[in-house]
Design a protein around this ligand. Sequence first.
Ligand SMILES: *Cc1c(COP(=O)(O)O)cnc(C)c1O
Length: 380
Amino acid sequence: MGRIVYCDYSATTYVKKEVLDEMLPYFTMNFGNASAIYSLGRTSKTAIENARKKVAESLKCNTNEVYFTSSGSESDNMALLGIARANKNKGKHIITSKIEHLAILNTCKELEKEGFEVTYLDVDKNGIIDINQLLNVIRSDTILISVMMANNEVGVIEPIYDIGNIAKQHGIVFHTDAVQAIGHMEIDVNKLNVDALSLSAHKFFGPKGIGGVYIRKNINFDPVILGGHQEHCKRAGTENVAGIVGLGKAIEIANNNIYEHNKKVSYLRDILKNNITQNISDVVINADIEKKLPGNINLSIKGVDAKTLLLMLDMEGICASSGSACNSQVENPSHVLSAMGISTEMALSTIRITLGEANNLQDIDYISNVLINAVNRIRR
Ligand SMILES: *Cc1c(COP(=O)(O)O)cnc(C)c1O
């Protein structure tokens, strides 16, 4: 295989060596069931509780407010289904935004089938919700607001602090999908008035197939995965001990490196952005660079089919994506770009480059040159 330049960090990341090293003994030597009474089981139990402590320290919550799940998707399902169903006697209205991940939007559709009513907030051209619209749509029967911390496609950061305040004033539970935010943003669930939050290890250099959800202590929620008594009877299933250990180590590292990471990645991002805007005509960088995650460049290139361009980049070893990874087999324009008012034509000419910590200046040169040449060839 030739050169590979990975610039799709919002889709997933590799597992860091320090993370893998901590996980390995839990596949082999320390394989005990965490529910068992003997010491081999207690070793697993201790490892899980250590990881839980690391998550709690990263989010500034209590350890008994953290639950492990199988993914960010499951965390979103668990938070929304669990909280909505347990609180339906108080009301059946939910507020979310039009640019959420499908793990939220499809869960909302499910709740609509169960008789809940969902309001989907609009976003402006930068992908940001309107706080006034939020205030206007709140009703006496609104029980839950779910707005993501940072968007996976365009990287925009939502006004979580303001939303949290409003939710608190109205006595509404506030959930945020923070899957993209971990490792890029400092999070303090109390300062932000966040009542529930989803995260996923493979977005911050941990393994795939392991997630976590924070749910504030006094909030009622019904379990979604039913069975044994694991996770305080809130999420059944024998714990993925190695995965949980990996998640704990990964969130600890990510949280200790936010400043350095953001500084490096935004430096590279700015150079790439300048190379693109100076050398490619009729290109639009979507969502205000100042209001988004540091590694994200989402660009629409007029007259260039995104799929063709991505295949040409792939031939040169560059891993980038269109909109979101989950949509890459589908020819529909991204729901996020549509909500931002971007035309179908431009949306289908949009690619997402998300830089991360293994990228360097040579990568930026390489990506710039390959991208400029590919666009010129397509347009010719
Ligand atoms: C990746 C992602 C998810 C889903 O997480 P998985 O662990 O892949 O299921 C949910 N929300 C956002 C914002 C994401 O980026």
